[in-house]
Ligand binder design. Sequence first.
Ligand SMILES: [Ca+2]
Ligand SMILES: [Ca+2]
Length: 390
Amino acid sequence: MKCLRAVFVYSVTPWCALAMLACGTGEAAPPPVLGDQAPAEVLVPSPSTPDLLVPPGYDIRKFATLDGPRVILPMPDGSMFVSLTGTDEVVKLTDANGDGVAEMTPALRNLDSPHGMGLRDGYLYIANTGAVVRTKLGVDGLPDRRVERLATYSNAGGHFTRSILFGADGGMYVSIGSSCNLCVESSPDRATVMRFDADGRNGRVLARGLRNAVGMALNPETGEIWVSQHERDNLKPDHQNLPPEEINILRDGGDYGWPHCHSDRVPNPEFNDQKRCDTTIPPALKMQAHSAPLGMTFLTNATQVPTEWRGDLLLAFHGSWNRDNPTGAKVVRIRVKDRRPASYEDFVVGWQRADGRRWGRPADVQVSLKDGSVLIADDAGDAIWRLFKR
Ligand SMILES: [Ca+2]
Ligand SMILES: [Ca+2]
């Protein structure tokens, strides 16, 4: 039986608490694998897709087949835009006949590694790798294809996907990952979240020290922006399980550590600068190293999950590469307590087989604004999955 090795650092989930009991109190538990704290027993094979394990009472089915879908932008009418970063396209999915299978309409082509998207004042905003562009949506809900270039930012290697979110203040927040695994950036906008006005003006760094904060979600209760954050690779001596991936809650002017620090103000050995680390903001939640957290969303609109879950989040783990025993490739639920992320546990698993091989990798998870079903973009499996209550 696996238990958390770092239960004193990581939140204790019911599964781990159970496991600790089963292991016997007062005895040292066998070394576990961080992140295997999931209540796997409570997930069951999906009736339609038995390779995927889902919470009891739910089913998951393929909603669309697409070429490397990365980010889902749910629209109020139940349709959604999906970015296909690798082919420089955005497509629109609808399910007009309600049969649970999407109809796909091309929306925009010839973009530049489009990733994050947002909706504001009738415009579809798209975060390309080097600039935010926008296009007006017509009465048919499709872009008029005249693309207006707004904010620009660094685009010179390294992490190339950009995420975008409109904040409670109407500001446009763009996450720009680092150019490297570990380095002091020469461009001040790398490894940051920037804030722009909605028209792209007045850009400034809001928060820094964020190596690659791909997931961005607005906490509807507090107005805070929460981000998921990929931490560094190849940390010695235990790169397998260090450093933890992070959920961070953004503060204006905040420094979240990278490249100087990881975890709770721990200096990276390459810099060894504790004084610097003492000024940084520790992660709000630490997660299994190399999980590669990507898209996430609060469950506010997820009317198909129990009411008591709706202050929680879902987060897509894309999965590791810098680890001998692969981890990730699943969707987790982050439990929120007292307005803070408290713990996380498996929500949908199965894209990774027991031997570590994968047939899919979740890149984003969102909630339909029409029926409250959960939508998962799987860029390795070329699919959008839809989870719904049976
Ligand atoms: Ca259909
Ligand atoms: Ca950090």
